[in-house]
Structures are given as structure tokens and as C-alpha cells.
Design a protein. Structure first.
Length: 422
């Protein structure tokens, strides 16, 4: 049996954990640069006048009129709270697949139990006790069924956020209650085609002849069909796969014309992705730099460009990657434009132990792994970017993302710890 544990309104829930005054009140979280609503709790979703993904400047009055509290995205906090949830799940089973920041599959096979309903409620209550985050738990024999069980657990109030598929009767009931579009892995186009063929519920799909499914939806659809019929086809992936590319592209808080500020932002982002590269023990063979204006602006002249730079030998050195990135940035920068975003992407990644070296490459001493390890150790001890390359500069306030409504990073920053009383 496999449990899918999914955090309810995760971003908003993280904010409410440290703001108990907001319990049962509408809360939304904004995108980068406080652009638009990207997450909302159930109280905010119930307000039909407030649509998701709308720019904040268009609906600010509506939010205030409905007493909606809005926060800038605080990914440092959300990531750490996610880790705490995952750590709690690991106390129930050593086999946990972290599917996303707010949901995981938990293998319950190692538990010698008969009553899975009891363990599902125990998981839910323990996560809430340890982290303050409420979760839904769906338990079934396959990953696809547990995903549907989780959805149904949250959909019907009497389920109390838990649903366990431990009998054929409950499997049939679950599939009958959910639409074919609710099935994990069936996209919009497939859902429309299935509905046009008279297949409306998940049970309709599970009862289709497997030959038809294989012909119309290939082996992927057949695998899904088998999962819904209690035949496990999808294994738990407890070890995360190494990323094939690592990148970031963030909008500036302000439109920039000064090349030196764009250079600082680019250098900062290179340091970020290089750190992630080293964490998965990979080296990059190519770095791509992109630069663009605000494509949504009706008054700005438009320009966008990108460049890929092939490295003479794969590297994870922040110094080397920054040097190459700035070479590329200088080539694509054009004066006279107001730029909104710079992007950095590391591609053609190889594992540290599988690199093809270059006989004629003579790395500078600043690129040595010893120096890189020392920098990582110091930054890990004293804080992000305490040690950095000079081109990162110290003017981040002039280009960094706008976060006027960001909550404190309660769990990771000593200076932002919650204080009680005076």
C-alpha cells in the first residue's frame, strides 16, 4: 500500500503557521516581484470576485475590501517547511518519494499493520503536530489510485482529509466519484477525446478494453489504466534523478539600463545555479545567457537575445562560470533598452566522475576545487553569499525582486526568528 501525502494550500499554510491570527481567514501568496496571485487558501478561493493569476495592481482594492492578507513569495521558508514535512514522513517509512515541494508518496509496505485507515490518520495528525501544516492522505495499492484517493479525501468533508482504498468496493466507489479529467496523467486533450467517446468518469476509463487504451493512448495510457485497476506499474523513486539542466531567470525589481547592474544580477544568478550544480555533484559543459525587455510593456522598445557558450572543459567553478557568463552577456547587451530579466542556464551536465578532461586545459588557480570548497563551507556556516566573486557587487537593492510583503524567514535566519512578548 502507498500513501500520497499532500499539503493543503501549502504556501498559504506556511504563512498561517507563524500567523495564527490568520487561521480561517483568506490568505494569498504573490508571484515574484509581487506580480500576481499564485496560491490561495480555501477561504480565499471561496471569494469568487478574486481570480487567480490576476496582477495584484488590478485587484488590490478587492483584496483589501474582502480583508484578504497577501504575502510576497517566501521560498526560503516554504522550502524549509517542506523539508520538515518530509522528515516527519521518513519516521513512518524509509521509502519516501518527494514528488514536489508539497506532496510525497510514502511506501507503507514495511509497516506490519492491517488497519491502513488508522496509520493514514496518524500520519496526518503527526505532520500537523510537528509542523502546523494540514495534509490530505490517500492510500491505495498503486500510485495513480493513491493520487485519486488523496483528491477525493479533500473533496468530501466527511472524509476528514483521509481516504483509504482497501477493498474492491471502495476502489469502484472512488473511480465512480471522480471525472476522467481528475486522473493524474490525463491531459486536457485526452480528457476531451475520452469524453467524446462517452468516457466521463474514472470508472468508465478503468472499464475500457485495454486494447483500445493501448491503441489510442499508447503504453503510457495503458500503464495508467492498469494502475487504476490495482496493477502497480509505477515504482517509487526514492532517489531523486540528477537534473539535466539547472537554470534561473528572474525579473528585476526595476527596469534596468545600466549594464553594470545587469552584470551584478547575472553574476549573482550564476553563483546560485553553480551551487545547485555542485550539490548534485555535476559539472556543466555549456552555459546559456538570455536577456530581455518587458514584453508586456506597450511603451518600451522590445529586445531579447540569448547566447550559448561551450566550455573548453566541464566545470562547477563559480569563478569560471561567471567569467564565461559575463563574456556572453557583453555580446548580447545592447544599450538604449530598459531590460527586465536576465537568465542563466547550465546545460550538458555530466557527473563529476564521468567528465572527459582536456589535455591542453590549464585552469586558473582561482578555479581550483579547494578554493570552491572553502567558499561553500564559509557560506554554509555564515550565510548565503558571504563570500562571493567581486562582480556580484553590493547593489542588489537596485535590481533584486520586489518583496514588499514578504514574511520573515522564521526557520532559517537568526535575525528573523519569531519573538514573543517584549
Amino acid at each position: 500500500m502507498i500513501a500520497l501525502v499532500d499539503c493543503n494550500s501549502f504556501y498559504a499554510s506556511c504563512e498561517q503557521v507563524f500567523r495564527p491570527d490568520l487561521i480561517n481567514r483568506p490568505v494569498v501568496v504573490l508571484s515574484n516581484n509581487d506580480g500576481c496571485i499564485i496560491a490561495a487558501n480555501k477561504e480565499a478561493k471561496a471569494l469568487t470576485d478574486i481570480p487567480m493569476f490576476q496582477p495584484i495592481f488590478k485587484i488590490r482594492k478587492l483584496l483589501d475590501a474582502n480583508n484578504v492578507t497577501y504575502f510576497s513569495s517566501n521560498y526560503t521558508l516554504y522550502s524549509d517547511m517542506s523539508r520538515r514535512v518530509m522528515d516527519t514522513l521518513m519516521t513512518f517509512s524509509p521509502r519516501v518519494e518527494e514528488y514536489s515541494i508539497d506532496e510525497s508518496w510514502v511506501d507503507l509496505a514495511c509497516l506490519k499493520i492491517d488497519n491502513y485507515n488508522t496509520i493514514a490518520h496518524t500520519i496526518k495528525n503527526t505532520v500537523h503536530k510537528n509542523t502546523g501544516i494540514s495534509v490530505g492522505v490517500g492510500v491505495a495499492k498503486t500510485k495513480s489510485l493513491s493520487k485519486l484517493a488523496n483528491k477525493y479525501a479533500k473533496k468530501i468533508p466527511k472524509n476528514n482529509n483521509v481516504y483509504v482504498v482497501d477493498s474492491e468496493q471502495k476502489r469502484q466507489h472512488l473511480l465512480l466519484q471522480l471525472q476522467v479529467k481528475d486522473i493524474w496523467g490525463i491531459g486536457k486533450k485526452h480528457a476531451i477525446r475520452l469524453q467524446n467517446n462517452g468516457i466521463h468518469t474514472a470508472l468508465d476509463f478503468a472499464n475500457m478494453p485495454v486494447a483500445w487504451v493501448r491503441k489510442e493512448m499508447t503504453v503510457i495510457g495503458e500503464r495508467l489504466w492498469r494502475e487504476l485497476n490495482n496493477i502497480p506499474c509505477l515504482n517509487l523513486e526514492t532517489e531523486p534523478n540528477a537534473k539535466k539542466g539547472i537554470g534561473t531567470a528572474k525579473s528585476f525589481g526595476f527596469k534596468l539600463t545600466d549594464y553594470s547592474l545587469i552584470e551584478e544580477a547575472c553574476s549573482y544568478y550564476v553563483a546560485e545555479v553553480a551551487d545547485l550544480l555542485r550539490q548534485q555533484q555535476s559539472l556543466a559543459s555549456q552555459i546559456e545567457i538570455s536577456l530581455q525587455t518587458n514584453q508586456h510593456s506597450a511603451v518600451d522598445r522590445q529586445y531579447r537575445n540569448s547566447i550559448g557558450i561551450q566550455l573548453d572543459t566541464p566545470t562547477d567553478s563559480t569563478v569560471k562560470l561567471t567569467k564565461e557568463a559575463l563574456k556572453g552577456l557583453r555580446q548580447i547587451f545592447r544599450p538604449g533598452y530598459r531590460y527586465k530579466k536576465v537568465g542563466v542556464n547550465l546545460t550538458q551536465l555530466v557527473h563529476q566522475k564521468e567528465v572527459q578532461t582536456n589535455l591542453f586545459h590549464n585552469p586558473h588557480k582561482s578555479e581550483s576545487s579547494t578554493i570552491t570548497n572553502v567558499i561553500d563551507t564559509l557560506n554554509g556556516k555564515f550565510g548565503k553569499n558571504k563570500i562571493k566573486v567581486a562582480s556580484v557587487g553590493n547593489r542588489s537593492k537596485e535590481w533584486a525582486l520586489i518583496k514588499e510583503h514578504r514574511s520573515p524567514r522564521y526557520t532559517t535566519q537568526w535575525g528573523e526568528l519569531m519573538t514573543i512578548g517584549k
